[in-house]
Design a protein around this ligand. Structure first.
Ligand SMILES: Cc1ncc(COP(=O)(O)O)c(C=O)c1O
Length: 395
């Protein structure tokens, strides 16, 4: 009998891509669209990184290589984490994969048993619950609510831990809310993980995109290096989305397990992209700081503009590059607002339910278009807000 394995039916897609397809269709029909739906930087890698890739290919660095990643890159990642996050990590605790998603799914495959319970943020990155279910485990959401400034409620998490719970997954700064988990929240998460003998999967893909303060990783808290897996990579911080490069940082025995999964699947990440990634980490042109500064300016401009649109309410993000907008006051559903903005205003954003039921009354906009386009998007949104302005004034 030919059939598709049932685990596939447990997976979900990413709504951003559906909005993107519709936006592209409208563009082909002659409409002007401002794209704020995908989490893809509009920057490209710095020139020395591109040069390094070209040189690597010309020098024949296009062979199979180490399953764990080039030793020089793993050393460079360990040094980079020390420099930027004060983490004490050895190269033997690093494994390179084609993209953060691959590092994330390999780590989940290595740590999650069917029947386990996995705690994940709602709203959050939709792949966490999807892949959890695909592994035959139960995905258990914990809320990130506006009334708590989108910080996790540790009492809620504590009540949701059962003997079957094996992992808590989170990402800070959070996609989509832009929240950076507070030191107090991290300390309490660490305490819960130790008390109940849980793994922490800390997705730190936006760790460099911070608008104040120094990044704090849960790995650095006492007793946490032995039960934490960090996921990070080059897609967002170095604007290298299509290069497909990410990594996992974990205790050496976890890396050994993940290494076997690599050997059984993709063998290794491309050698030439890894060579260029070493140059990216060197960041000789300070491209990362310049990019983060631009995201900060975009965030200021866009969030203050959004708060002037009737029915919209938005907090300034502490990190990442998203605006997370409450649209409850419009009296419409987020899906209706998404549709009006796209079809009539030519502005593509995503209805928040794509990130879990907790996102029901929100829309996410990515700050990945230039400031003049963001300004234009605000004007368009203002114009189409006529649809719900009457409802707002009655509240
Ligand atoms: C929280 C989070 N984790 C992981 C990823 C995936 O990263 P990559 O493109 O490197 O696979 C994304 C991309 O949007 C993300 O937002």
């Amino acid at each position: 009998m030919t059939r598709i394995a049932s685990r596939v039916s447990q997976l979900n897609g990413e709504a951003a891509l559906a909005v993107y397809s519709r936006a592209k269709e409208l563009e082909r029909a002659g409409h002007s669209i401002i794209h704020l739906e995908l989490g893809e930087p509009d920057f490209h890698p710095a020139a020395p990184v591109v040069d390094s890739l070209r040189d690597a290919v010309a020098a024949g660095r296009d062979r199979y290589c180490s399953t764990r990643g080039l030793p020089a890159l793993r050393e460079a990642i360990a040094a980079y984490l020390k420099r930027t996050r004060r983490l004490e990590v050895g190269a033997e605790q690093v494994l390179v994969a084609p993209g953060c998603k691959m590092a994330l799914s390999l780590a989940m495959m290595a740590l999650i048993e069917p029947g386990d319970e996995v705690l994940y943020p709602d709203p959050g990155f939709p792949i966490y619950p999807s892949f959890t279910r695909g592994l035959g485990a139960k995905a258990v959401p914990f809320g990130l609510e506006e009334k708590n400034q989108f910080q996790p409620d540790l009492e809620e998490i504590a009540t949701k831990i059962t003997p079957r719970t094996s992992i808590i997954i989170f990402n800070s700064p959070n996609n989509p809310t832009g929240t950076v988990f507070s030191s107090a929240a991290l300390a309490k998460l660490a305490e819960l993980a130790q008390r109940h003998d849980l793994w922490i999967l800390s997705d730190e893909i936006y760790a460099r995109i911070l608008f104040g303060g120094e990044y704090q990783s849960i790995w650095a808290l006492p007793g946490m290096a032995e039960r934490t897996v960090i996921i990070d990579g080059f897609s967002k911080s170095f604007a290298m989305t299509g290069w497909r490069l990410g990594y996992a940082v974990a205790p050496a025995h976890v890396i050994d397990a993940v290494d076997l999964l690599v050997l059984n699947t993709f063998t290794c990440a491309a050698e030439f992209t890894q060579v260029a990634a070493i140059e990216a980490l060197r960041d000789s042109t300070s491209a990362v700081d310049a990019m983060v500064e631009e995201y900060r300016k975009r965030g200021e401009l866009f969030v203050s503009g959004l708060n002037r649109i009737p029915g919209f309410r938005c907090r300034a993000p502490q990190g990442a590059f998203y605006a997370w907008v409450n649209i409850e006051e419009t009296g419409l559903s987020a899906e209706e607002v998404q549709k009006i903005l796209l079809e009539e205003g030519g502005v593509a954003g995503i209805a928040g339910a794509a990130f879990g039921p907790g996102g029901r009354n929100y829309l996410r906009f990515s700050l990945v278009s230039a400031r003049n386009l963001l300004q234009d998007a605000l004007e368009r949104m203002h114009r189409v807000s006529l649809h719900w302005r009457a409802a707002v004034s009655q509240r």
